[in-house]
Design a protein around this ligand. Structure first.
Ligand SMILES: Cc1cc2nc3c(=O)[nH]c(=O)nc-3n(C[C@H](O)[C@H](O)[C@H](O)COP(=O)(O)OP(=O)(O)OC[C@H]3O[C@@H](n4cnc5c(N)ncnc54)[C@H](O)[C@@H]3O)c2cc1C
Ligand code: SF4
Ligand code: SF4
Length: 371
């Protein structure tokens, strides 16, 4: 794959309003920084090739190439991506109580991996008021402090870049599907660095239908509640159609239609609901807010889930037929909508000499997905 630099990143991603602020391009060099939910370039950079462009999940992502690298096969139409199992889960008795979003599966997996020495640190997302804050967790307490979902797009991967800069080489990461895509690109050594060794040991992906823009969400909420009083934000599964914002003094409910206005346009091109390039993906189980859906994809993911269960960090059970069918339907719907939109707007498989595009994937797969 030909790699380009910061000028092309500005042209392909920033000027097209595709940046989700994932943090993959920040702290790689002195130029890119994240400030209050926005990624910005501080000074012009004229290098013709850069990791910023190469890692970005919003330009020239070759799904077939990544799928070959991670799963030994081209990208297929399966709404859930390549996977070994789909089950339901929650944190087991070995995990201390935390303010989990649902069953605490993600915090349990990270705590287990850290306790076994499978990872030396985890790039996670904490919050200050409403603002999501990237954190490098190095203890179980740090992991538990980062539990619960921040429904704003977060520059979490800047914590991964900082961990690599500090010399960590066994890093765990928890991220949304776009962040997981950036990590997959990073792990495939797109710059062809001869001394490259993969610094990431475990990737746990979160299901994601959309995230909201932090600045817009902050402005919207501050008209209703003081940000520092917020203790948790939740989106109960359909048919509720509300966002619940908990404070030290109760909760308020906001219709989801009002919240969807705050979702950046880039989420409408996102084809992945279940973080298809992770080791393990986790979502909320519909109808059971105390449980998660858990998808294992890689051999490593399967081994960690199995060991975590045996050692009391995780409780696993079979998923009901209706839950599985609905998950496949929801993920398929998101994928189909995004592929149709990207195709209509000429963002797939650019063929002209030197042309760059959003996604590359075999045209026959695209046709199968949008059929
Ligand atoms: C933006 C967003 C949208 C989501 N949409 C859906 C959805 O449509 N359907 C669904 O089933 N589930 C969705 N989820 C996932 C769900 O909310 C839970 O995160 C997941 O089920 C894990 O629950 P848990 O109890 O195991 O998490 P916990 O054990 O509480 O851990 C949560 C983990 O999420 C990480 N995290 C929190 N916020 C962010 C963020 N903004 N970016 C990256 N990492 C973060 C934290 O670092 C923490 O490790 C979404 C999550 C996010 C952040
Ligand atoms: S890598 Fe992430 S933060 Fe950087 S331009 Fe791409 S989407 Fe935006
Ligand atoms: S919908 Fe896609 S692009 Fe938007 S936050 Fe979720 S994973 Fe990222």
């Amino acid at each position: 794959m030909k790699v380009f630099g910061a000028n092309e990143l500005l042209e392909d991603v920033f000027e097209k309003n595709l940046c989700i602020g994932c943090g993959a391009c920040t702290y790689l060099c002195p130029y890119f920084r994240s400030y209050r939910g926005k990624t910005a370039i501080l000074f012009p950079c004229n290098l013709t090739q850069g990791r910023c462009w190469a890692y970005c999940p919003k330009v020239e992502v070759d799904l077939d190439d990544l799928s070959e690298r991670f799963f030994g096969r081209p990208y297929e139409k399966d709404p859930l991506g390549f996977h070994r199992s789909v089950k339901i889960s929650k944190a087991g008795r070995q995990v201390s109580e935390g303010s989990f979003q649902a069953g605490g599966t993600v915090s349990a997996l990270m705590s287990f991996a850290l306790s076994k020495g499978y990872i030396s640190a985890a790039a996670l997302t904490d919050r200050e008021g409403l603002r999501p804050v990237p954190r490098l967790a190095q203890s179980t307490d740090d992991i538990l402090r980062c539990s619960s979902s921040k429904y704003t797009a977060s520059p979490t991967l800047s914590a991964l870049n900082q961990a690599i800069n500090e010399g960590h080489n066994q890093i765990g990461v928890v991220g949304t599907p776009c962040q997981v895509l950036a990590i997959a690109q990073m792990r495939s050594n797109p710059m062809g660095d001869k001394d490259f060794s993969d610094p990431v040991s475990l990737v746990v992906g979160l299901f994601c239908t959309w995230a909201v823009d932090f600045r817009e969400f902050d402005a919207f909420i501050s008209e209703r509640i003081e940000g520092s009083r917020i203790t948790k934000v939740d989106i109960p599964p359909p048919p509720a159609e509300i966002m619940e914002v908990y404070t030290d003094n109760g909760k308020i409910e906001i219709p989801l239609d009002e919240i969807r206005e705050l979702v950046p346009n880039t989420c409408s091109y996102c084809t992945d609901m279940t973080a298809e390039f992770s080791d393990i993906s986790v979502g909320v189980l519909e109808g059971r807010p105390d449980m998660n859906t858990i998808i294992t994809r890689t051999e490593r993911g399967e081994k960690i889930v199995d060991e975590a269960r045996k050692e009391g960090f995780l409780i696993l059970d079979d998923i009901g037929k209706e839950n599985l069918e609905h998950l496949i339907w929801a993920a398929g719907n998101k994928k189909k909508r995004a592929f149709i939109k990207a195709k209509q707007e000429g963002m797939l498989n650019a063929r002209e000499e030197g042309a760059r595009c959003y996604l590359r994937v075999r045209p026959e797969t695209v046709e199968e997905i949008i059929a």
